[in-house]
Design a protein around this ligand. Structure first.
Ligand code: NAD
Length: 464
């Protein structure tokens, strides 16, 4: 049964803020040994409580166990292991080489300073990777943090607020639970960095609040992520990889394939391939499958069924609903660019097929819309890849697969334009929560060589 979420008392929020600020100012979070110990503790929290955490997400979101382990808890454990391995390298001060000879004996260094007290505000869809993933960067970089998970997943949020103080330093890392009122109170306070993941609408509220204190901000937002099919691609494999990405968390993921731009004469071939793939994924129908997650609330389910009732496109796969929160992966064909399905991010198990003449029309449709978090292109043609790289804009360009770039910690994960700004994953997480601080020591011994800069100014100085 879902837990009832105990919201944090509003009056306690400034005290919690003061606590994590004071812990940071004490200097205790700076030593690498402390950071390592906290990272190991976070890893233990996840491994020793995997059953509880997975069960919490099953209760709140109906998420299948494999998806929790592979896509939510596993990536955080992996991020911790990478951070532990690379911490010395990431945190090491950098000394620029090839200084000009006249200042070759100056001490010129870039230090990696922790930013301070960080506020992390997160949504409900992948609560472990999205809440604890950034926390790995926060800890590795030597900061403290308050975490504000989504109130829509009460069992998960309860588990996090009970487990975090048992494993991590309670003066440094605190969970605040609540909804708009509690988050608004948090946002009134001065933070050294805010890391927000969620909707574009709320992202604007967060940005306005951050601006009041000139607080650096990461905005991980949403949008409509397009898929483009090159006429010469392997349609069968493309269909499998697209449907795989679409069914993850029942389409409730910021990088879910939202619509497919398919050459007109390939649309039916693609639909037939989706049908074959669907039979292999869910042999006894998707509704009977334990591998298909639920919709977060009945209200969200109603929004999705309203979309299906209002579209001018034709449903060619799925369309069924069951109970208050179950919906089949649904594919709609012949969707026009101004159809209701093409207005806002779908954020659910519906995918539109939009027929196009060619790749150039597909690029134009993508470019007429806000920059998405990711563009997926199925092609093995180098010229087409290059064209997308040069003629479009997105957080990431992912070729010949969906969703998989999230596993690649060597490239930053983040948006551009309306899909947000800033990024994380791997070293980028460390860098996001680090201030690169310049350190320049000008030796007194060099003063004779610098004497010409002092007034009274002379013609001789200009001639040097
Ligand atoms: P949301 O914006 O409604 O909620 C996110 C967080 O903001 C929650 O913790 C919530 O309590 C808080 N919040 C809500 N309203 C607020 C307000 N008025 N003032 C202050 N705080 C407020 O988002 P959601 O519905 O949970 O998530 C869906 C969106 O998140 C989708 O658009 C999706 O694409 C996006 N998303 C983006 C990423 C990414 O990595 N870029 C990942 C997951 C989800």
């Amino acid at each position: 049964m879902a837990s009832e979420l105990a919201y944090t008392n509003i009056d306690d929020i400034p005290k919690i803020h003061a606590r994590v600020v004071s812990k940071f100012k004490s200097g205790a979070t700076r030593p690498l040994a402390w950071r390592r110990q906290q990272l190991i503790q976070l890893g233990k929290l996840l491994q020793e409580n995997e059953e509880r955490l997975a069960e919490a997400l099953r209760i709140d979101l109906g998420k299948p166990r494999l998806e929790v382990t592979v896509a939510d808890i596993g990536p955080v454990v992996f991020a911790i292991s990478v951070a532990l391995e690379k911490l010395d390298e990431w945190a090491a001060p950098e000394k620029p080489t090839d200084l000009p000879s006249w200042r070759s004996n100056w001490d010129t260094t870039v230090y990696k300073s922790p930013k301070g007290a960080v506020l992390i505000i997160t949504p409900w869809n992948y609560p472990y990777i999205i809440t604890l993933g950034p926390l790995v960067g926060v800890i590795a970089a030597g900061n403290t943090a308050v975490l504000k998970p989504s109130e829509m997943i009460p069992t998960v949020a309860t588990a996090l607020s009970e487990l975090i103080p048992k494993y991590l330093d309670p003066e440094a890392f605190v969970v605040v639970n609540g909804a708009v009122e509690e988050t608004t109170r948090l946002l009134e306070l001065r933070w050294d960095h805010i890391f927000y993941t969620g909707s574009n609408r709320v992202g604007r509220v967060i940005a306005a609040a951050a601006a009041k204190h000139v607080t650096p901000l990461t905005l991980e937002l949403g949008g409509k992520c397009p898929v483009i099919i090159d006429p010469n691609t392997n349609i069968e494999l493309a269909a499998k990889r697209i449907l795989y990405g679409k069914q993850a968390n029942a389409g409730q993921i910021c990088i879910s394939p939202d619509y497919v731009l398919v050459p007109k004469d390939k649309q039916d071939e693609l639909i037939a391939a989706f049908g074959r793939v669907a039979k292999t994924f869910w042999p006894d129908s998707p509704m009977k499958s334990p591998d298909l997650g639920s919709i977060i609330t009945p209200g969200h389910r109603d929004r999705l069924t309203n979309l299906l009732q209002s579209t001018d496109g034709k449903i060619v796969l799925g369309g069924g609903v069951e109970g208050e929160r179950r919906m089949e992966i649904t594919i709609v064909k012949d969707v026009s660019v101004d159809d209701i399905l093409m207005r806002d991010e779908v954020y659910g198990p519906i995918m539109s097929l939009v027929p196009v003449e060619d790749i150039d029309e597909a690029i134009q449709i993508v470019n007429d819309r806000p920059s998405p978090l990711v563009i997926y292109v199925f092609t093995e043609d180098e010229a087409v890849k290059q064209k997308f790289l040069e003629a479009t804009s997105s957080g990431t360009l992912c070729l010949n697969d969906t969703y998989q770039h999230l596993a690649v910690h060597e490239v930053p994960f983040g948006g551009t334009g309306e899909s947000g700004y800033g990024a994380y994953l791997g070293k980028t997480s460390f860098d996001t929560f680090t201030h690169t601080r310049g350190f320049v020591n000008v030796p007194f011994a060099n003063d004779p060589q610098m004497a010409l800069r002092y007034p009274p100014y002379t013609q001789e100085a200009l001639n040097v």
